[in-house]
Design a protein around this ligand. Structure first.
Ligand SMILES: [Zn+2]
Length: 670
């Protein structure tokens, strides 16, 4: 470890006395003067004098007194450690526990309790743990992303959260010793040097750069501080251009990591308030704005983001807006504007992310459907192309079961954990495809989107193969027609040859479900419900909490899961084939299950072969709706006849009253 006085620019204003003491060889006196300088220097201290514990500390649930007793709860798993902490401890065969322990989120818990009580025991314990960590974990000469202590991501997180927070909030404590403070100062510089030397990629590099910028901005007295700041801003700006699509989605296409990335772009921008000389290019703020707009558009009516890829459930207001305000980002014109973003329209398609969001409005009761037909994504991918989530009438009804755990999360990554179709029990397998296609340079191919006042229409395709070798070469085309503001029609076209067992899955939120041939519906009397009704009499089974294979769970938080019913509609038949499914939501106290039947439809004189056209009748209490849609381009211009009506074009939806009179018509390409 280098001597702190070699690292500092002793010409820096305020360090005159320190410099004189160093020159006169009074090393201990110089350390005391240096510590006193930092204790009293004021700005830049920390973003805020209010302690925002939310900043990564959510991964650490131990109370301050438990930390004193070395009983740590990390990622919801509790371990009793020795007084001297074994920093690389791996109690669950998963290194994640040790990694998160080494983020030192618990410093924030100790600091918060110290601030609340003024009890020096919390400061003394922080002093002991910080000293021990620094001495026990010398900075490696090379990038050590296999180590528990010095993965670059942990080094970055420590520098933009737990360490400067502890440094600031314990600054007036007599228990925070001169030696510990000097050790920490030296380690701040070593962290910055390490982060400067070893940048990685994806969301990691954002956390590394955020940490690097914090050290450079909060400790301008270090000789290398200008170099660290410049490198951090350059890297963040470069990554903003590289990682954020024109439609605002971060290229991992994982909602939790979109927001983790957003935070690591936003917190550096907020740092400008206490370090005004920091300068970000205009494109940087534009990127932040697009990321926030993406959030505003994709957000479910309950304020949570949908759990796409390795995501837990989370609210933008809770994880981004409130912490940013608590750090004072609302006091800075550039960042204040970002926190006030509102959605420009209700239904939105993100062409690069390939995500469709249909909704009726902004209220919790509004209807919402998200379909993910995007590229595989840079990291954290699930085999989930064409997955759907549905919220209506005040609650989520059909969800992606989430991330669960990196250690045992494989069943949550596969197609079986999504609202998709399995073919002969096999799912999608984009993990085995060419990685150069996982991130796109232009809008994701194969998607179509129409949005009008009375309907939305979305169409996506998965054609990269099913099974471990991707050798089942069927194409799955999913079409969603939203009859605003009532219900959705989902058409699954399986294009190809041969006979297969097709299993269509619908992952409901925890609760009771009723099912019969061709339908499944949630059965909660005092809340909203959803009926999923097919036009065929597909066999349905409900699976809940099954371990072999894992099916019928939902996970809202890391390392936690609960049983939840999954409806599996099974049909063995030849491809090409189209399955028509109606998703019909009902408000609390009223469960409507429409009767959905195939409808006879002819093209000229002939009945079309399966998979070329879908024609269904949807019988509701007060009316009957008809939906006809072509699946082959050559059918579009031809005359289709059904129930005494005829039309040319791609699709038609009609509502008839009980006497058969047409009361409303919607058309695509007619
Ligand atoms: Zn998923």
């Amino acid at each position: 470890m280098l001597d702190v006085f070699d690292l500092l620019d002793l010409e820096h204003p305020g360090l005159k006395a320190v410099k004189a003491a160093v020159r006169s060889g009074s090393h201990d006196r110089a350390k005391e003067l240096l510590v006193e300088y930092y204790r009293t220097r004021g700005q830049p201290g920390w973003h805020s004098n209010k302690l925002e514990k939310r900043l990564f500390a959510f991964q650490d649930d131990a109370t301050a007194d438990e930390i004193l007793a070395r009983k740590f709860t990390v990622l919801r798993k509790t371990v009793q450690l020795e007084r001297k902490i074994a920093w690389a401890t791996d109690p669950f065969g998963s290194r994640e526990w040790a990694w998160v322990l080494n983020r030192h989120c618990f410093f924030q818990t100790l600091a918060q309790e110290y601030q609340r009580t003024g009890d020096e025991k919390y400061a003394a314990d922080f002093n002991e743990i910080a000293t021990d960590w620094i001495i026990s974990n010398p900075v490696p000469a090379e990038c050590a992303n296999n180590s528990a202590a010095w993965r670059t991501i942990e080094a970055g997180i420590r520098m933009f959260s737990s360490w400067p927070i502890a440094w600031h909030f314990f600054r007036n404590s007599p228990s925070f010793t001169v030696d510990a403070r000097v050790l920490m100062l030296e380690s701040f510089a070593e962290h910055a040097d390490y982060l400067w030397k070893f940048p990685t990629a994806c969301n990691w590099t954002l956390m590394e750069s955020n940490g690097l910028l914090h050290v450079g901005a909060l400790f301008p007295e270090f000789k290398d501080a200008p170099k660290w700041r410049e490198a951090a801003i350059e890297r963040l700006s470069r990554e903003m251009a590289a990682q954020v699509y024109p439609d605002g989605a971060q290229f991992e296409l994982t909602t939790s990591y979109h927001n983790l990335s957003l935070w690591n772009f936003l917190q550096p921008a907020a740092l400008k308030r206490i370090a005004p000389s920091l300068d970000f290019p205009a494109e940087y703020y534009d990127g932040l704005k697009r990321m926030m707009q993406f959030n505003a558009c994709i957000m479910r009516p309950d304020g949570n983001w949908p759990m796409i890829n390795d995501s837990d459930l989370g609210k933008v207001s809770y994880w981004i807006v409130e912490p940013a305000v608590s750090l004072g980002a609302d006091k800075l014109p550039e960042t204040r504007a970002l926190l006030e973003i509102e959605r420009e329209r209700d239904s939105v398609f993100f062409p690069y992310a390939g995500i469709f969001c249909m909704r009726t409005g902004d209220e919790p009761q509004d209807l919402y459907l998200m379909m993910d037909a995007g590229p595989f994504g840079a990291r954290h991918q699930h085999e989930d192309k064409l997955n759907i989530e549905v919220c209506a009438c005040g609650r989520a009804l059909v969800v992606d079961p989430g991330r669960y755990s990196y250690h045992i999360g494989a069943p949550f990554r596969g197609s079986g954990a999504h609202n998709l179709i399995l073919v002969d029990g096999m799912g999608q397998n984009r993990a085995a495809t060419d990685p150069s296609r996982w991130v796109v340079k232009s809008p994701a191919p194969g998607n179509r989107w129409m949005s009008a006042a009375e309907f939305d229409y979305a169409e996506g395709i998965y054609d990269e193969g099913f099974g471990p070798r991707n050798d089942i070469s069927l194409a799955h085309i999913r079409k969603v027609f939203f009859v605003k503001p009532e219900y959705w029609i989902v058409i699954d076209v399986l294009r190809g040859d041969g006979e297969y067992k097709f299993e269509q899955l619908w992952h409901f939120v925890p609760g009771k479900v009723a099912a019969g041939r061709g339908f499944a519906r949630t059965d909660t009397p005092d809340a909203a419900n959803l009926a999923v009704v097919r036009s065929d009499d597909a066999e349905v089974r409900i699976v809940e909490g099954e371990e072999t294979p894992v099916l019928g769970f939902v996970s809202y938080e890391y390392n936690e899961r609960e049983p939840a019913p999954t409806a599996v509609f099974t049909r063995t038949c030849a491809a090409p084939i189209a399955f028509e499914t109606v998703l019909y939501p009902s408000p609390a106290g009223k469960i409507v299950v429409p009767e959905v039947r195939p409808l006879e439809c002819t093209i000229g004189e002939t009945e079309p072969r399966p998979g070329r056209i879908s024609a269904i009748s949807i019988r509701l209490p007060e009316c009957e709706d008809i939906f006809v849609i072509c699946h082959e381009q050559k059918m579009v211009g031809r005359v289709k006849r059904f129930l005494g009506f005829e039309f040319t074009g791609e699709a038609i939806w009609m509502r008839t009253d009980l006497k058969g009179g047409v009361v409303r018509t919607l058309r695509i390409g007619c």
